[in-house]
Design a protein around this ligand. Sequence first.
Ligand code: GTP
Ligand code: SPV
Ligand code: MN
Length: 600
Amino acid sequence: MATASPLPMPLARLSRPVADWVDAVRALTQPAEVYWCEGTEAEREELTARLVRSGELTRLDPVQFPGCHLYRSHPADVARVEQLTYICTRSKDDAGPNNNWMEPQAAHAKMRELFRASMRGRTLYVIPYCMGPLDSPLARCGVEITDSAYVAINMLIMTRAGRPALERIALEDTFVRGLHSTGELDPQRRFIMHFPEELSIESFGSGYGGNALLGKKCHALRIASWQAREEGWLAEHMLIVGLQNPKGETHYVAAAFPSACGKTNLAMLIPPESMPGWKVFTVGDDIAWLHPGADGRLWAINPEAGYFGVLPGTNRESNRNAYDMIRRDTLFTNTALTADNRPWWEGLPAGTPHTDWQGRPFDPARGPAAHPNSRFTVSARRNPCYSPHAEDPQGVPISAILFGGRRREVAPLVYEARDWSHGVLVGASVASETTAAADGQVGVVRRDPMAMQPFCGYNFADYWRHWLAVGAKLARPPRLFHVNWFRRDPQGRFLWPGFGENLRVLAWMLDRCAGKAHAIDGGIGLLPRPKDLNTAGLRVSPEELRALLSVDRELWQKEVAELRAYLRGFGERLPAQMWAELEKTAAALGGVQESPATGE
Ligand code: GTP
Ligand code: SPV
Ligand code: MN
């Protein structure tokens, strides 16, 4: 008689649909072996050791940076490639003018030829993962197949991956299929394809971040935004942070800023000394899934379990929490190295780069030592201010949503939308200077509605309509704001000190939410007067503060005209409410009216 095996069920037998899909991919890509990720600590160490042996990872100074490694990507594969990223829906209009589109059958045929035999001699890794806490009804699962151990290690840090995720998949009837192969890294043979109607992703020819860690931007934003519209929620490029005031009350805020525009930093903010008693807790630093709750509020979870954060500019002064967090068990990508094998990047006050991000002796004539989009991958559990509610299955209730961009002029430090509908227009009007997070020119202002230009899996006109519909369902909607930490003076210096000092602006917003703070109508929305902000200990002159809180009527009239032209590009699909809000703003820019505090 057979006795029960003490060994756990092999992963390959847990879910028939997953196993069948792996078999089909194996037949197409012809790997030398198949490796199912269990998700244990020992496994991560094993995979890391493999990459150290093959020379793909470099172990860093074990005393200063225990458990840390450096990965150097191919020099032509260092950022997201928006021009090679496609939404493949049956109807082109469903993808919208904001996306590259390809007909799904044509896209599948193209990708099939790229994937054919692409894993020959390589290992195929199967990574079942769960986006969101494993016990959360709001979480969603997927499986990534990749031939990159670097991608597998990143996914093991960034998501809840392995056996528990596959157990959940075995109980549910759907999962997102993400197929990735590094290919030859030839930019001519690189495509990131999304099939929202089939819940699948096919990514070929890049091993980098958002192109290859398919749980992140591909699943948790592009595919999830599509699902969210069908099901009545929102998938957004937002941080989630808990702010505890000196009375001990905590309010949660979500903020959408474009790539490399300050989400990680705001999510880990350290209060300035002149604001004693405040505490800040990170729930998430990049992606938020927001659901209308039975209580009429909006509830948010962070679908991720780790951070893939920007290194340049990170130091003890700007972000002490991040600086401390990444000193152990961290994977560094494309940083420079010091002579004593420590990672180095621009913005560190000490240390000297010896080797640049490409592994060459550092020569300043060749540009920065670390790549401007060099990043760290680390578990959220290493975050010294990780919120005790970050893993609550129902999420956290959101009091305010911020939109923001990186703009040297036009946008003031902060303004509040008149109401939800106006806030949707404010979110849609976000424009920001491009950064090194995506391939292409840096510093060019472009429209980036809700910081979702690269990530919305469908037509923006339908997306704004959905935002309006979600707001209409909320009895207690969050208040909506716009911020800009990046205003500059004529000499090009930042007018606002940013980082921890941003809490002063957040505190005003929370007071607005409580009906306790004053604002004036600046036409574009409601602004604090300089005296409405806590400026104790702030090193900003009264003139600078006035400049930060000013609305230049002429510039804004031009802005409104540009926005009108931009929105026209969405044609008939654009909700009429957006036009109505825009015309209200255009009319309001004619005068300035008072809007006193409204006590509750
Ligand atoms: P992604 O991970 O690409 O989505 O970016 P992110 O929005 O999380 O950006 P992150 O917080 O990593 O910041 C990007 C860069 O902006 C870093 O170099 C930061 O040092 C810098 N930065 C962040 N916050 C501020 C701020 O308040 N003021 C200024 N001047 N710079 C900031
Ligand atoms: C971003 O570019 O917004 C990121 C990094 O957060 S990536 O994972 O490459 O998308
Ligand atoms: Mn991001």
